[in-house]
Design a protein around this ligand. Structure first.
Ligand code: 3PG
Length: 307
């Protein structure tokens, strides 16, 4: 019987990406169902009730969603971070969870430079700013996004350092990136630090005052990763105590309004999380998600399973 695949996206894919997902599913004889821009979890509970597979972005897949899904066998997070999926509950129900690593990385990396330029050019106000050329950039975590950041940085003439205890130094060195042994060193050395860590137990609220205060005069922290990795009281404290310290983020903290009111020229926040919000990233991640679902049902392929 034809498989039913639900694409459930509070933040919809670009229409071209949905078209491409449809093509992959049509070719396999699968049915595409769409739930876009929903505002209530109840809509997702209803839509997921009789589908075999689910494609999501940052949409929350809670135990309640999984309980509502009677036939669900696979969830694919079209993207990198799967902190929005309750893996324990999925595993308990025998549901496979996958991500699509690398498919949206370039878009996120490009936005990191957009945020750096925004701070360096003083929010495009016309005030004299600074250049990126010759500056030191600290890449905090050298995964797919971190690597794209390093590639783009070369064009700017930026000197890249990176800290990642899970990646061999030789991989960084091959890319012309200088490996750094501790987080503290990275934060101490660099003019910009760009965060690319996932939100896991080890990293949540791990970017704290002690670490932030290591940063040199006039340094900027760029966050296109997750809001949860920042310790917000520390963020407020460093902004208060260091009038030279800058912050730009694609994921607004709870204290965004306070920061914007107090330090409008020292911080910047995108209107909504948009790092991966390009047609290209949506197409790449969407096609990969659809293909992974077909591969799973037709060939038992579990590459990229994360639970
Ligand atoms: C990811 O983890 O892939 C990025 O944070 C993008 O998330 P999004 O699909 O919600 O834009």
């Amino acid at each position: 019987m034809s498989k039913k695949v639900l694409v459930a996206t509070v933040k919809p894919f670009a229409p071209e990406a949905v078209e491409q997902i449809r093509k992959v599913l049509d070719a396999a004889g699968y049915e595409l169902r769409l739930l876009e821009s929903y505002s209530d979890a109840a809509e997702l509970h209803q839509a997921v009730a009789d589908v075999d597979a689910l494609i999501i972005r940052s949409d929350k897949v809670t135990p309640a969603v999984l309980s509502a899904a009677g036939d669900l066998k696979i969830v694919v997070r079209a993207g990198a971070g799967y902190d929005n999926v309750n893996l324990e509950a999925a595993t308990a129900k025998g549901i496979v969870v996958m991500n699509t690593p690398g498919q949206n990385s370039n878009a996120v990396a490009e936005l990191a430079f957009g945020l750096m330029l925004n701070l360096a050019r003083r929010h495009y106000t016309g005030k004299a700013g600074t250049e990126l050329r010759g500056k030191k950039l600290g890449i905090h975590a050298y995964g797919n996004v971190g690597r794209c950041v390093a590639t783009i940085a070369k064009g700017f003439g930026i000197i890249c350092h990176a800290y990642d205890p899970y990646i061999d130094d030789s991989i960084m060195m091959k890319d012309g990136v200088i490996p750094v042994k501790t987080r503290e060193d990275l934060y101490r050395i660099c003019d910009y630090v760009s965060l690319h860590i996932p939100a896991v137990a080890e990293t949540i609220r791990s970017i704290d005052y002690d670490l932030m205060s290591q940063m040199k005069k006039g340094a900027a922290l760029i966050n296109t990763a997750r809001a949860e990795v920042i310790d917000e009281p520390s963020l407020l404290r460093i902004m208060e105590s260091r009038s030279d310290w800058l912050y730009a983020s694609d994921i607004a903290p709870e204290c965004k309004d306070e920061l914007m009111a107090k330090y409008p020229l020292r911080c910047f926040f995108t209107a909504k999380k948009m790092g991966a919000q390009t047609a290209e990233a949506n197409i790449n991640a969407g096609i990969a998600a659809a293909q992974q679902i077909v591969g799973f049902f037709e060939r038992g392929d579990t590459t990229f399973q994360v639970n």
